[in-house]
Write a new protein. Structure first.
Lengths: 274, 355, 90
C-alpha cells in the first residue's frame, strides 16, 4: 500500500461532491494489476482472495514479477494461476514443495512459492512438506489453514478442531477415532532448514497489514537465500463451516485462534520464545 | 578418438546422463538400480557440468521434482525399479497431461508387490498401456545392451523434447547389473535457451505461462485429448527395431531387452539345426513395430513372443499379426532368466509336425 | 506531514479535521460478503437492496460524508473490488 502525504483540513468538514474526491490524483488504494481480471472462483468472504492479493502486492512492490514462479495446489485454490499474473504450475495434491524443489534447485535466482491448503500440505503432502523444510529449500510456502476441505465439499482436514462438524464428521471430530488436529507449522519450525515461520490472518485490516509484512519478510528471506520461509494463514471457510462470512470470522477468532495462535514462531532461524 | 569403458548398465545410464547435458537428476534408492544415483554423486557432476543431483525422500517426491523442473524446460530425469515406478504413476500422468519432456528409467525387477530383486519384464503393461490414469502414452525405449543403455539416454531426451512428452527407458535388472564394453558419447553442452512459448521461468517480455493438466471445461479437455492422441499416433515415425536373420525366416521370435539377448543365441542354435528362425527386436516398445510385425506375418509361418513375464508383450504381437499366423508365447517368471535351451525346446514343441 | 502507519493516520484525522475520502465499488465483482461493512471504522458502508448481474447484493457508501479514505474496506475485501480515494492538500 502506498504512503500518502496528508494535510489536515483547516476548515469545518462540509459535504464535498464525490466527484471532487474520486479523481486519479486522489487515489489511495486499488487492487494490484498483478491480480488478473478473472473473477475469483472463491466463495464470498473467503480469505483466499485476500491472501492472493497480498502476495501479488508484495511481488509488485519488490519488482519481481518477471522472476516469480508460483505452484498451485489441489483444493479450492486449484485455479490460483488464473488469478495471479506470474508464471505458474499446477501440482498434484500435496506435491507442490517437491515441484518447488525441482524448480529452485535448477533456477536458484528465481522466486519460487507454493500456495497450499490444509489437506494439500498437512495430509497427503506431509512427506513433501517436511522434507522440503528439512532440506531448507530456499522457497516460500504459503499455507492456508481453514480447518476443512473446501473444494471437495467440506470434509474433515488434519487441522479440523476437536468437535468441529464436517461432512465426514457430522457429529463433530472425535479425538478417540481420528486423533486430534495437529500443528504442522510448529513442527516444521523445529527443523533446521526453516528460517522464518509465522502464523497470520487476513480477516481484519490490522491482521491484513501484518500478514502483508510477513509475506514481504518471507520473500526477502528467499532473496537473501537464508532458507525456507513458511507462512500459515488461519483463514475462514464460511461455506464449509456453514456460516455467513462475518460470523465465520468471529467463529475463527473464538475457536481457531486459541488453537492456532497468530504470531511469529521462528525468526532469523531461531524459535521465538513465548 | 573413441572413449571406451567397461561399465555396468546402471553406470552407463549415469555417465551418459552427464554427457547428454542433463540438468537435474532426482531419485530414490531401490535395488537393482541404486548404482545410477551412486555413480552420479560420486562423479561430482556439479563440478563436471553443473548438473544437480538430489536424493529425494521418496519416489513420489522424485517424480514431482521432475514435474516441477520439466515445466521450466530443463532436461531432467529419474530412475527407479518397479515398485518405485508404481509410486511415480500419478506424477507421470500429470507430466504427460501437461505435455512436459523428461526421462524416467525403470530397471525392472520381479513382482508384483515387493517381489524380488532379480530381473523381469513384467512392467511392459505398466509402461506401454498407461500405468497411470488417463489416455496417455510414454515414449518407451528398450535397451538390450550396456551400449544401448548409454545411447538411449540422449535419444530419449531428443524424442521427449520433440514431442513434449515423458520418455521411459525400460531396462531390467540383468542389463542394469551386467558389465560390457561401451563407447561413451561425447559431452553435449547444457541447454541455455528455453522455449518461451511454454516454459515457466518467470514472465519476462511475455504473457504468463501456465503448466497444467486441468481442463474443467469438457470441450477444452476433449480438444486436449484429441491433440494428445494425434501426437501419440505421429510417434510411429520414430519406431525403432532390429532384425536378425529375418530375410528368409520361416518362424519369428519377438523379444526385447535381455530376453532378446537370449534369443540371439536361440536363433544361432536353431539355424545350426537347419531351422530358419529370425528375431525381431523392438527397440521402441511405444511406438511398437506393429507395421513391421504385420509385414513379417505375411512371410512367416508362426511367431513366438519371448519375455520375462507371464504374457504382456505377446498381446501387442497378436494385435499386430491380427490372426494371420499363430502367435505363441514363452514366458519366464519369478525373476529367473530363461536359457537358450529352454526357449529352443519350447519353440520346437510349438512347431512339431507342422514345422 | 508524512505519516508512516495507517493507525496513526486515523488518530491524526480524528484529532484534527476529517480527511475526506470516498470509495468506488466494482459492483459486478462484489459478492456481497459484507466483510467490508463490519471493518469500516466510521460505518460508511451497507448492502444495497439491488442485486448485481450475478444476483449478489453489493456494498455501497450509505454514509459517504463519514468516509475518511482509510482503505480498511479495500484491504479486507477478498475480491479486491474496492478502490479508495482521499483528498490530499499539497
Amino acid at each position: 500500500m502506498e504512503i500518502k502525504d496528508i494535510e489536515p483540513k483547516e476548515m469545518e468538514p462540509k459535504e464535498m461532491e464525490l466527484n471532487e474526491i474520486i479523481r486519479p490524483e486522489n487515489l489511495v488504494y486499488k487492487r494490484t494489476p498483478l491480480m488478473t481480471d478473472a473473477t475469483l472462483s472463491y466463495c464470498p468472504g473467503c480469505g483466499h482472495g485476500t491472501i492472493h492479493r497480498l502476495i501479488m502486492e508484495v511481488v509488485e512492490e519488490m519488482g519481481i514479477q518477471e522472476e516469480t514462479i508460483g505452484i498451485a495446489p489441489v483444493g479450492c485454490s486449484v485455479l490460483a494461476y488464473d488469478f495471479m499474473d506470474v508464471d505458474c504450475s499446477q501440482a498434484a495434491h500435496g506435491r507442490a514443495p517437491a515441484l518447488a524443489t525441482g524448480i529452485k534447485r535448477l533456477w536458484p535466482d528465481k522466486f519460487v512459492f507454493t500456495y497450499q491448503g490444509d489437506g494439500d500440505l498437512a495430509a497427503i503432502g506431509t512427506g513433501e512438506t517436511i522434507h522440503a523444510c528439512n532440506r531448507g529449500e530456499n522457497i516460500t510456502i504459503f499455507f492456508v489453514n481453514n480447518g476443512i476441505y473446501g473444494m471437495t465439499g467440506g470434509q474433515m482436514a488434519p487441522t479440523t478442531l476437536e468437535g468441529m462438524k464436517s461432512s465426514t464428521t457430522p457429529y463433530g471430530r472425535n479425538i478417540q477415532a481420528m486423533g486430534p488436529p495437529y500443528k504442522i507449522t510448529e513442527m516444521v519450525a523445529q527443523l533446521a532448514g526453516t528460517y522464518y515461520v509465522t502464523r497470520q490472518a487476513v480477516h481484519k485490516p490490522g491482521p491484513v497489514r501484518k500478514a502483508k509484512k510477513a509475506i514481504r519478510k518471507a520473500l526477502e528471506v528467499q532473496k537473501e537465500k537464508k532458507g525456507l520461509s513458511f507462512i500459515e494463514f488461519v483463514s475462514n471457510c464460511n461455506s464449509g463451516w456453514k456460516m455467513t462470512p462475518n460470523d465465520s470470522n468471529i467463529w475463527m477468532e473464538e475457536h481457531m485462534f486459541p488453537f492456532y495462535p497468530l504470531g511469529d514462531i521462528k525468526v532469523d532461524g531461531e524459535l521465538v520464545q513465548a | 578418438m573413441k572413449e571406451l569403458a567397461l561399465m555396468k548398465g546402471n553406470e552407463a545410464i549415469a555417465e551418459a546422463a552427464i554427457r547428454a547435458g542433463v540438468d537435474g537428476y532426482f531419485g530414490y534408492p531401490i535395488t537393482p538400480q541404486s548404482e545410477v544415483m551412486e555413480y552420479l554423486t560420486l562423479q561430482k557432476p556439479e563440478e563436471r557440468t553443473g548438473m544437480v543431483v538430489l536424493q529425494a525422500e521418496s519416489e513420489v517426491a522424485s517424480i514431482n521434482m521432475l514435474y516441477g523442473a520439466a515445466g521450466t524446460g530443463k532436461k531432467v530425469m529419474t530412475s527407479s525399479s518397479s515398485p518405485g515406478i508404481s509410486l511415480m504413476q500419478e506424477g507421470i500422468s500429470y507430466i504427460a497431461g501437461a505435455e512436459l519432456p523428461c526421462l524416467i528409467v525403470n530397471v525392472v525387477r520381479g513382482g508384483p508387490g515387493l517381489g524380488t530383486i532379480q530381473p523381469s519384464q513384467a512392467d511392459y503393461f505398466q509402461s506401454t498401456k498407461g500405468g497411470g490414469h488417463g489416455d496417455y502414452h510414454l515414449i518407451v525405449l528398450a535397451p538390450a545392451s550396456v551400449q544401448e543403455m548409454a545411447d538411449f539416454v540422449d535419444l530419449a531426451f531428443e524424442l521427449a523434447f520433440k514431442y513434449r512428452n515423458p520418455a521411459l527407458i525400460l531396462s531390467d535388472g540383468l542389463i542394469g547389473q551386467m558389465m560390457e564394453k561401451v563407447e561413451l558419447p561425447p559431452q553435449k553442452p547444457r541447454v541455455t535457451e528455453f522455449d518461451q512459448s511454454w516454459v515457466i521461468t518467470g514472465k519476462k517480455g511475455r504473457e504468463r505461462n501456465i503448466i497444467t493438466s486441468l481442463n474443467l471445461d469438457p470441450d477444452k479437455q476433449y480438444e486436449h485429448n484429441l491433440k494428445l492422441k494425434a501426437k501419440y499416433d505421429s510417434m510411429s515415425q520414430d519406431v525403432m527395431f532390429e532384425k536378425i536373420d529375418c530375410d528368409d525366416a520361416e518362424f519369428l521370435l519377438v523379444a526385447y531387452g535381455s530376453s532378446a539377448r537370449i534369443c540371439q543365441k536361440v536363433v544361432e542354435m536353431a539355424r545350426d539345426r537347419g531351422k530358419k528362425v529370425g528375431l525381431l527386436r523392438p527397440q521402441t516398445l511405444f511406438p511398437f513395430p506393429t507395421e513391421e510385425i504385420a509385414r513379417m506375418a505375411r512371410k512367416v509361418k508362426g511367431m513366438m513372443a519371448v519375455e520375462l513375464s507371464s504374457g504382456q508383450m505377446v498381446e501387442d504381437v497378436k494385435l499386430a499379426v491380427n490372426g494371420k499366423v499363430p502367435v505363441h508365447h514363452y514366458g519366464m517368471v519369478g525373476g529367473k532368466i530363461h536359457s537358450p535351451d529352454d526357449v529352443l525346446k519350447a519353440m520346437e514343441e510349438k512347431y512339431m509336425g507342422g514345422y | 506531514m508524512r505519516i508512516v502507519t495507517f493507525e496513526i493516520v486515523l488518530l491524526n484525522t480524528l484529532s484534527m479535521a476529517k480527511a475526506k475520502g470516498a470509495i468506488v465499488v466494482d459492483v459486478e465483482r462484489c459478492k456481497g460478503c459484507e466483510v467490508c461493512i463490519v471493518n469500516c471504522p466510521t460505518d460508511v458502508l451497507a448492502m444495497a437492496e439491488e442485486v448485481n448481474g450475478k444476483g449478489y447484493h453489493y456494498a455501497y457508501m450509505i454514509n459517504p460524508e463519514e468516509c475518511t479514505g482509510c482503505a480498511n474496506c479495500a484491504v479486507v475485501c477478498p475480491d479486491g473490488v474496492i478502490t479508495v480515494y482521499r483528498i490530499k492538500k499539497n
